[in-house]
Design a protein around this ligand. Structure first.
Ligand code: PEP
Ligand code: MG
Length: 328
């Protein structure tokens, strides 16, 4: 994936840019090798990666071990052997994954996004089918902030909070920041911030920044209101494009129409960036757009975005492309 022959592994040896270049990194096993790339932190660490690869069990099943069918509880027992309790297994594994990322990128921010599995994805975890609804359109269903604050999932979200709190407050890895995906309404934004605080993750305390993903058109349209609850936006251009153009990002049939550079998407991007700048808040992008289209990365730089988070394998090419464009 990465050419390790490249000798430019520090930011100092790279041309200076008007914004930070961060990386999307989810796999703790790759974290230390990715630090060999010039970078200014992790702009998106997807918790789904850690849950899929290191845990593999639905959190609700771990919370309800006594009421599970025998075969499922036996399969889970095998996985959790050696841990103090089923719940400890879940939290300890999250702590292990997150802290590995945080230590690898010690001097830089590591923005950890709370879980954003859709119901069909959660159902694939061990025991998941017992707890997940069957939805026609999971992409538009029980996900993100709506999930966290609901009576059906709050206890699971609180396990994620417990892990984050331990990493930040007990291990002292305060470079870890929190990101909330798929926030549909301003009311939901307020609720999720309150829930975090209730679980010991108070915005501003011990330097904690809480970022919101800007990935629904409503987030850009009502940016000012959403931003009252957060320390900034990280733009999820994958969902934002899907929802603006009304096309399923997983459908090959309409994929030729998927373009983050569509004028309607760009209009929303400008609105989001301007609103953050007006309030002097962080605004980055962590969707696939700038990794696939360096011209979009340059356009975002011109709009005054504070950072782009790229796939590790596109960091060098994009960085040099931007430096070349800047000097034109
Ligand atoms: C996005 O929507 O752009 C994003 C980064 O989130 P995900 O791809 O995980 O939905
Ligand atoms: Mg998204």
């Amino acid at each position: 994936l990465i050419d390790f022959e490249v000798q430019t592994n520090s930011v100092e040896s790279m041309p200076e840019l008007a914004f930070k270049v961060m990386m999307n990194v989810g796999n703790p096993d790759r974290a230390f090798s990715f630090t060999q790339m010039p970078n200014e932190g992790i702009g998106l660490a997807r918790l789904e990666f850690i849950i899929n690869r290191m845990i593999g069990v639905h959190p609700k099943a771990l919370l309800n071990m006594n009421s599970l069918p025998r075969e499922i509880s036996q399969a889970i027992q095998e996985r959790i052997a050696g841990y103090a309790s089923p719940v400890d297994f879940y939290v300890d594994k999250l702590v292990e994954g997150i802290s590995t990322l945080a230590v690898a990128f010690m001097d830089q921010p590591v923005i950890v996004r709370m879980s954003d599995f859709k119901s069909n994805e959660y159902a694939n975890l061990l025991g998941g089918k017992l707890y997940e609804p069957s939805e026609e359109n999971p992409m538009l269903g029980f996900r993100g902030a709506s999930r966290y604050v609901s009576d059906n999932f709050r206890d699971c979200f609180e396990l994620e909070c417990k892990a984050l709190k331990r990493v930040r407050d007990e291990m002292g890895l305060t470079n870890v920041e929190i990101m909330i995906p798929f926030v549909r309404t301003v009311g939901e934004a307020a609720e999720v911030i309150e829930l975090l605080a209730k679980n010991g993750l108070k915005r501003g305390e011990n330097g904690l920044r809480v970022i919101m993903m800007c990935e629904l058109p409503t987030n850009a349209l009502l940016a000012e209101e959403f931003l009252e609850h957060f320390d900034g936006f990280s733009i999820g251009s994958n969902d934002l494009t899907q929802l603006t153009l009304g096309l399923d990002r997983d459908s090959g049939i309409v994929s030729h129409l998927f373009d983050e550079r569509d004028p309607a998407v760009k209009k929303l991007l400008t609105m989001a960036i301007d609103a953050c700048r007006k309030q002097n808040k962080y605004v980055g992008i962590c969707g696939q757009g700038p990794s696939d289209h360096p011209d979009l990365a340059f356009w975002l730089m011109e709009q005054g975005i504070s950072s782009v988070s790229l796939n590790p394998d596109s960091v060098l090419d994009t960085w040099f492309f931007l430096a070349g464009e800047e000097t034109k």
